[in-house]
Design a protein around this ligand. Structure first.
Ligand code: PEP
Length: 254
């Protein structure tokens, strides 16, 4: 059974006091999760330990960093390595978010190195991909996303990519309030699965959890998550409001 995941991406928001209040409220109101369902909370680096402490005894709830560096240690002022994240009990890392690709110029090769560090140290990457509006308007989204996957991930073995997590996030839908339709999401998720199937076979492709991200809200989560190749969501803005985020989690099919 594939894992279904709702992952929060708080981005660069909240003070520590606000973050603590939010995560406590989330834990208090958290719906029952099935055995194959997980909630992952992606928080800014300074809050990882605090959030980890609060969710410590909650089954199927995990903390994620929103980035990591390509090297394990050394003279890289301001960076945070995967061994550092591991040492504080972080389980997941969001890698290649479109905001990092755009504002911090993260390229395919850099993302490969980050995923590699995660594999080496036993952390789970949530690998983001997705096309800008111009590419969608030109009808080139399938090729664009395929290139992102091939360039950064196809160096890895089938064994390494078993149970891998992809977040498909069309850039035109992130933070814009404009969600891809459930049909558009399904179409791309099926394409992504077929790309993995072509390279690694159906046995591996079927284990890959593909999350949809881009203005997911309480009002649309259930419909999007109901599509056969959509295994949950990566949620930005709506993850900062517990009364929005909890119904999104409830949108996972049972
Ligand atoms: C995101 O940042 O990954 C995201 C999907 O943001 P939003 O839900 O706000 O569109």
């Amino acid at each position: 059974m594939r894992k279904q995941i709702v992952a929060a991406n708080w981005k660069m928001n909240l003070t520590i006091q606000e973050a603590e209040k939010l995560v406590n409220e989330l834990i208090e109101k958290l719906p029952t999760l099935q055995i194959n369902q997980e909630v992952v909370v992606g928080v800014p680096f300074p809050y990882l330990t605090m959030v980890k402490g609060i969710i410590a005894n909650k089954a199927n709830v995990f903390v994620a960093a929103q980035n990591c560096y390509t090297k394990d240690a050394g003279a890289y002022t301001g960076e945070t390595s995967v061994p550092m994240l591991k040492s504080i009990g972080v389980e997941y890392v969001i890698i290649g978010h479109s905001e990092r690709r755009e504002y911090f110029h993260e390229c395919h090769k850099m993302l490969t190195e980050k995923v590699e560090r995660c594999f080496e140290h036993g952390l789970k990457p949530i690998f983001c991909c997705g096309e800008p509006l111009k590419i969608r308007e030109a009808g080139l989204q399938n090729q664009y996303v395929e290139t992102q996957l091939k360039e950064s991930l196809f160096q890895f073995s089938a064994e390494q990519l078993k149970g891998f997590i992809i977040a498909y996030e069309p850039i035109w839908a992130i933070g814009t309030g404009k969600t891809a339709s459930s049909e558009q999401a399904q179409e791309m998720h099926a394409h992504i699965r077929s790309v993995f199937q072509g390279q690694y076979g159906a046995d591996i492709a079927d284990t890959i959890s593909i999350l949809y991200g881009g203005s997911v809200k309480a009002a649309n989560a259930n419909e999007i998550f109901g599509k056969p190749d959509v295994d949950g969501g990566l949620v930005g803005g709506a993850s900062l409001v517990v009364s929005e985020f909890v119904p999104i989690i409830e949108g996972l099919s049972s």
